[in-house]
Design a binder for this molecule. Structure first.
Ligand SMILES: [Zn+2]
Length: 285
């Protein structure tokens, strides 16, 4: 019944938009596609910043991805990666007290072009949070509607974004475009296939993304709720998180959601997972 009501609402939206597709195309099974796009790399010198007291001085490689979602009602980008300008520094740059060596070897712009998507075609831009490895190409999508938790918006566009390690140089234009400020979960296309899940704590308004892909099944892009599998297993909270308490609450809430939805968790920075994934121009459907 709930599905029918959602589909009916969608049908009306489609009619209003003049799009001719039958209701049947949407009920619980929209033709969703997910592209995993390489958006940089991070060589960490001391991984214990993510797991206080554990693996001190031990290095770790971390993947940095962007995710393009194509839904019959529009295209969405989740995460905009490190800034494409880093391609001009093949040796990379050191950040986070020199603990991270970040590099970009393929630009987001070139990979979007390869799959035939212009940034202006992107309807929704959203990211787990505004750290520069997720918001680096934010300005590329200035024409899109930003989907962001209210607290993240206040931190990112307030008086002191640097306090949260945010840099508006990369995403500032998004504040001038259309913004939908969220205070909870958000069903982007109103059919349950793409749902933003509030999971605050890493930053003031951190969020994750649930996808129900027709063939692949349910996937949770967990953002930086976790950075690698051991951190999830042992509920370790990075020392630089905005709130340890809120992070632990979000971990608990997301674990319950994962159990209930049967979603496969894709920890975005997990290099071991990343090596098993198909990357653009291939896609998941
Ligand atoms: Zn990150």
């Amino acid at each position: 019944m709930r599905n029918f009501a959602a589909a009916k609402g969608l049908f009306i939206v489609l009619l209003a938009g003049g799009v001719c597709l039958s209701m049947q195309d949407y009920v619980g099974n929209p033709a969703l596609k997910l592209y995993v796009i390489e958006c940089g790399h991070n060589q960490v010198t001391d991984q214990s910043v993510f797991s206080p007291g554990v693996n001190i001085g031990v290095g770790r490689e971390m993947a940095i991805n962007c995710y393009l979602i194509r839904h019959p009602l529009g295209t969405m980008i989740w995460g905009t990666g490190l800034n494409d300008g880093l391609i001009d520094k093949p040796e990379g740059i050191r950040v986070a007290n020199d603990n991270f060596l970040i590099t970009v070897t393929k630009t987001l712009a070139s990979q979007l072009e390869e799959i035939g998507v212009a940034p202006a075609d992107v309807k929704f831009v959203s990211m787990s949070h505004m750290h520069p490895d997720h918001s680096g190409n934010g300005n590329m999508f200035a024409g899109a509607t930003l989907l962001i938790q209210q607290e993240e918006y206040d931190a990112a566009f307030g008086d002191d974004p640097g306090k949260y390690a945010f840099n508006p140089k990369f995403y500032g234009k998004l504040g001038a475009g259309p913004v939908i400020k969220l205070t909870g979960d958000h069903d982007v296309f109103q059919d349950g296939s793409v749902v933003i899940k509030r999971s605050i704590g890493h930053t003031p308004g951190h969020q994750s993304l649930f996808l129900r892909l027709p063939e692949t099944g349910a996937v949770l892009l967990s953002g930086d709720l976790w950075h690698f599998a051991a951190q999830r297993e042992h509920k370790r909270v990075p020392k630089f998180n905005f709130s340890k308490e809120l992070t632990l609450q979000s971990m608990e809430r997301m674990e319950a959601f994962v159990a209930e939805s049967g979603a496969t968790v894709w920890i975005e920075h997990d290099i071991d997972l990343d090596r098993t994934l198909k990357h653009a121009p291939e896609y998941y459907d």
